[in-house]
Design a protein around this ligand. Structure first.
Ligand SMILES: *Cc1c(COP(=O)(O)O)cnc(C)c1O
Ligand code: SF4
Length: 334
C-alpha cells in the first residue's frame, strides 16, 4: 500500500538518482581525478557491458585512487576482453534451471524469480552479465506462468525475488507482485536479493516498507556488499528502517582479487555489517563468467582466508564460504 502522503505523480528520489548515474567512462574517470590512460580499456570493455555507477556510490570512492575497492568493482577494464578457458556465459547453469519464464527452481523448498533484468549498478564480476533477460525475465503478464508454477509446487516455502535487482521495480509493481505471491498458501517467506539499499539508499521508501510490513510472508532482505567502504553513514538509516519493518537482514558478497581478499578487508566488512544490523551470510567464490577472470581468487587462498576469519571473528560474523556449481543441490561449502 502506498502511503497517502506520497504523490504518485512525483518522480521518486531514487529514480532521479538512477537517471543521474555515470554511464560514460570518461565522466567517471574525470570525476574521480584519475589518469586518462584508463580510458581506452574502459571504453572497449564498456561497449560489451556498459558502465553504470550512481553518484551516491561514486561519492564513496577515494579520488585519485585507481585501486579504490569500490571503483574496481564497477570500472570497465581491458582485462575483461581476454579469454580464459573455463570462463563461460552461463557459469552456474541458470539457463537449465528456468522452469517457466523468469523462474529458477534449482533447490528444494525455494525458488527464485527474476523480477527484472535491470540493476542500479553494473558490477563487472556479475555472474549474470550475459544472462538473456529479455527471454527469461517475466513482465507482469509473464509472472502468471511463474505464479502458476509456484502454486502447483507445495514444497516451495520461500520465494526469492532476484534479478537484476528486484528493487528496480516501482513500489506499486512490487506491491502487486507481493500481493499475488501472498495468495499462494504454502509460501511462508519472501526473500529479496538486492544491492539497492547499499548503492542507492533512497530506494528504501515508505512504500517499500509498507509492503514489507503488510505482507503475511516473513521478509528476508539479502543485501550485497563487498567492502566496508560501501557502508557509509547514509546507508545505516535505510537498513535500520528495513529491520524495523520486520526484515531479517543478511549480506552476501563475492570474493574479489584486489578488492576484499585480505583478512583485514573481510574483518572490516563483517564488523561494519554488524554495526549496521546485518549478518554476513555468504561469501561466494567468483563464478567463472567470461570477462571476470582477473577477479579470481584461487580456491586454496580462499580456504586459507576463511580459516583466518574463523580464528579472528566470532562465529556469527563469519560468512559461509560457498561456490555455486551447475547442477548441485545447494550452494556448496568449500
Ligand atoms: C542461490 C540460489 C537460491 C538460494 O540459495 P540459499 O542457499 O537458500 O541462499 C535459490 N535459488 C537459486 C536459483 C539460487 O541461485
Ligand atoms: S547488482 Fe547484482 S545482478 Fe546487478 S550487476 Fe551487480 S552483481 Fe549483477
Amino acid at each position: 500500500m502506498i502511503p497517502r502522503s506520497a504523490n504518485p505523480c512525483q518522480t521518486p528520489s531514487w529514480r532521479s538518482a538512477l537517471g543521474d548515474a555515470f554511464v560514460c567512462p570518461e565522466a567517471l574517470i574525470d570525476y574521480l581525478e584519475l589518469d586518462r590512460s584508463l580510458l581506452p580499456g574502459a571504453r572497449t570493455a564498456a561497449a560489451r557491458f556498459g558502465l553504470r555507477v550512481p553518484r551516491t556510490y561514486a561519492a564513496r570512492m577515494e579520488k585519485g585512487n585507481p585501486r579504490d575497492p569500490l571503483l574496481l568493482q564497477v570500472l570497465p577494464m581491458g582485462a575483461e576482453l581476454e579469454h580464459h578457458p573455463g570462463f563461460g556465459t552461463d557459469p552456474v547453469g541458470d539457463l537449465a534451471a528456468v522452469t517457466s519464464p523468469g523462474l529458477l527452481h534449482k533447490y528444494q523448498g525455494r525458488a527464485l524469480l527474476i523480477a527484472t533484468g535491470a540493476c542500479a549498478v553494473n558490477c563487472r564480476y556479475c555472474f549474470r552479465r550475459h544472462f538473456p533477460y529479455q527471454d527469461a525475465a517475466g513482465g507482469s503478464q509473464r509472472w502468471r506462468g511463474a505464479l502458476d508454477y509456484l502454486r502447483r509446487e507445495p514444497g516451495i516455502r520461500e520465494i526469492i525475488l532476484s534479478g537484476g535487482d528486484p528493487l528496480m521495480m516501482a513500489d506499486a509493481r512490487l506491491a502487486e507482485l507481493i500481493r499475488a505471491l501472498e495468495t499462494i498458501p504454502h509460501l511462508a517467506r519472501l526473500r529479496i536479493h538486492t544491492r539497492m539499499p547499499v548503492i542507492v539508499p533512497e530506494r528504501v521508501t515508505d512504500g517499500l516498507l509498507a509492503s514489507l510490513k503488510n505482507t503475511r510472508l516473513r521478509p528476508v532482505i539479502v543485501i550485497h556488499c563487498n567492502h566496508a567502504n560501501e557502508l557509509s553513514g547514509e546507508v545505516h538509516r535505510p537498513l535500520q528502517r528495513l529491520r524495523d519493518a520486520g526484515g531479517t537482514l543478511l549480506n552476501q558478497s563475492v570474493l574479489l582479487k584486489g578488492i576484499n581478499d585480505s583478512p583485514e578487508a573481510q574483518i572490516a566488512l563483517c564488523e561494519s555489517l554488524f554495526e549496521t544490523g546485518v549478518l554476513p551470510y555468504y561469501l561466494h567464490l567468483l563464478d567463472p563468467v567470461q570477462g571476470a577472470a582477473h577477479f579470481e581468487v584461487r580456491r586454496e587462498d580462499a580456504i586459507e582466508l576463511h580459516q583466518r576469519l574463523r580464528r579472528r571473528l566470532p562465529g556469527y560474523l563469519v560468512p559461509r564460504l560457498v561456490q555455486e556449481l551447475a547442477g548441485a543441490p545447494a550452494k556448496m561449502p568449500l
